[in-house]
Design a protein around this ligand. Structure first.
Ligand SMILES: *Cc1c(COP(=O)(O)O)cnc(C)c1O
Length: 361
């Protein structure tokens, strides 16, 4: 089998080593006479896998024991609802940085639960810019501030985090977790569906300060309360065991590469190849996002007409590139260069882009 150059936005590329390891363990896990998929989630083996995955993630981001990692279902979209259900109390306002379509979805879910406001919105400008959050002022009636650190669909990314003081900062980091160094202590809660930088779809990692868990609403069904997951080590009900196991393998791979600092360097080089190719086209490729806000994970661009964009996708597929069509809501092209996408893939794509200009420019 020849593996293609996978630039899928999510579910996305996984390290080949991780796939091989998972395959190895698929039919029989260790010497236990059964597969992990058939094993009780009450077994010591599964308990250990869940505990190790939590520890690995906290180690990689360098957070202390003030934080817990919870493994939950429903994807990042479930978190859009669970955050306000748990933390948007009476008389308080959830304040959202509406920086892209996923951020807007999170904001809209909050409106179904209680009071929410947009601190800023980039919609009118076609999501091409991001607000400056360094001097962000938040009113005292704010329940929490919610931000999407990387806007997967549009291809923009916050460089800075706001300082919200006592008010909890909540981040959707689904598409850039573990990709760069950050001051994690600024966050009270971060969530990331696994299918971009953490593993396969089916599980969401929620990294949350113990204090915030305790402050959550107790008047909602227990399955929707973060404390239920914290009190039961994410084993209150049957968790997606195999997805968590694959997250564990992905985290071990991440650590073997040199952790976040090394991946950040690689990611800068990788996305650098792509933006260089976009800019060298002298207008042939038009970046969708203004330069200071460009994402290190998802590069997005348009071409002079849709016909040419379709031709680009067609020819790229013939050359073994996968997943370059832009999101249906934005159009154009998008290359998602998550942690597991190798440097060679980005180099090959940049070359393809240069060749494409020679043919069609
Ligand atoms: C992919 C993505 C989502 C949606 O995740 P689901 O698991 O499909 O709900 C939400 N937010 C961001 C930033 C994403 O990249």
């Amino acid at each position: 089998m020849k593996r293609g150059w996978n630039f899928n936005p999510g579910p996305a590329a996984l390290p080949l080593e991780v796939l091989e390891q998972a395959k190895e363990a698929f039919v029989e896990y260790g010497d236990q006479g059964l597969s992990l998929l058939e094993m009780s989630h009450r077994s010591r083996t599964v308990e250990r896998i869940v505990a190790e995955t939590e520890r690995l993630l906290l180690d990689l981001i360098g957070l202390s024991s003030e934080y817990r990692v919870l493994f939950m279902g429903g994807g990042a979209s479930a978190q859009f609802a669970l955050v306000p259900m748990n933390f948007l109390g009476e008389g308080k306002v959830g304040r959202y940085l509406v920086s892209g379509s996923f951020a807007e979805k999170a904001y809209r879910e909050a409106l179904t639960i209680g009071q929410a406001e947009a601190l800023a919105s980039g919609k009118a400008e076609g999501w091409r810019k991001l607000p400056d959050v360094r001097q962000l002022k938040v009113a005292t009636d704010t329940a929490y501030v919610h931000m999407t650190t990387n806007n997967t669909i549009e291809g923009s990314q916050f460089r800075d985090l706001p300082d919200t003081g006592e008010i909890p900062l909540i981040g959707d980091m689904t598409s850039d977790i573990l990709s760069r160094r950050l001051d994690w202590t600024k966050f009270a809660l971060v969530y990331a569906a696994a299918q971009k930088n953490l593993g396969p779809a089916g599980v969401t990692a929620v990294i949350v300060r113990e204090e915030l868990i305790k402050a959550g609403n107790k008047q909602i069904p227990s399955i929707f309360q973060y404390r239920t997951y914290a009190d039961n080590s994410s084993l209150y009900n049957t968790p997606p065991v195999h997805a968590i196991y694959m997250m564990k393998l992905t985290l071990e791979w991440t650590a073997r590469q040199g952790g976040i600092p090394e991946l950040e360097k690689r990611n800068e080089r990788k996305i650098g190849f792509l933006y260089e190719a976009i800019d060298a086209g002298d207008g042939f490729y038009q970046g969708i996002v203004e330069k200071p806000y460009r994402s290190m994970m998802n590069a997005t661009w348009r071409m002079r007409d849709e016909g040419l964009e379709k031709q680009f996708v067609l020819e790229s597929e013939r050359e073994g590139f996968i997943g370059l069509a832009g999101h249906r809501s934005v159009g154009g092209l998008r290359a998602s260069a998550y942690n597991a996408v190798p440097e060679e893939a980005c180099k090959a794509l940049a070359e393809f882009m240069n060749d494409f200009i020679r043919k069609h420019g």
